[in-house]
Design a protein around this ligand. Sequence first.
Ligand code: A3P
Length: 302
Amino acid sequence: FKDVEEDADMSTPTLVSSLPCHTVTGASLRKLCRYQGFWMPEGWAAAAAAIQRRFEPRLDDVIVSSLPKCGTTWLVALTFATMCLPFLEGLFATRREGKLEGLPSPRLMNTHMPLQMIPHAIASPGGGGGCRVIYICREPKDMAVSTWHYFRRAYPELAFSDVVDLLCDGTMLCGPFWDHILGYWRASAASPGSVLFLRYEQLLLDPAENVRRLARFLGLPFSADEEKDGIVCGIVELCSLHTLSAMEPNRTGYVDPRLKLPRQALFRKGMAGDWKNHMTPEMARRVDSIVADRFRTTGLTF
Ligand code: A3P
């Protein structure tokens, strides 16, 4: 999140200064503000407003979206292994969105923004406009565990119970998680051609089949010859946790040098159910009851 916190879009200072904010317990540097119902760093709130106003998707754009720590890196790698992937809020927060205009089509981007912040990504009811959005969702208890392991590298004082509180209160980065997930879930049900909704756990169970889904969604299904040549298995292997984490830039680079967050922190266990090793039964019950309540009648289960 490096550029955005320092170089917020100054065209909206009034907007940002008027937002309700809170500072994450145990991570005193991390001030989050509530913009249109979602918690994000000040710079991102300004970026969200700018994206809503000025981002013009092209029909063949592809946006990879997720809550943080839900398998973004993996999905990005699977989808666009060889291409540069602009981070929307990073560009808009620093007034560098002009770079987007210069990119050749199809453009590939990623974001943690809720769907409400990229409203033009979805075609209008008449069928006009829009682009393609690929969303990845993860079991919330595992998301909390992954979040803690990641951020405690920058904020060693951050307690796991603090992260669980933030998750449950809906005040975690880009939360409430239920509204973030449901925005994309409902859009994928209403417009399956616009939004592909993937699950981290299903990707773990059957990566090859999910790569095929991804390719079909992008309008690039694998041919019989490509299947015979083992292209799908090749992509899965190339993007496996083992391969990605061993790559030189991922071994030595930084996500954010200021916070001393090495890229290596993006790769940890990569499993489902690690929450069992971290949560007390009481914590797990608390999250599960929120999930049961928020996702009741939505058709989405965890
Ligand atoms: P864990 O911390 O539970 O291991 P993000 O990319 O959104 O930050 O998500 C990080 C999570 O995805 C981490 O989960 C990380 O280990 C896992 N991950 C990263 N690359 C992966 C891969 N190629 N396959 C499976 N999981 C991966």
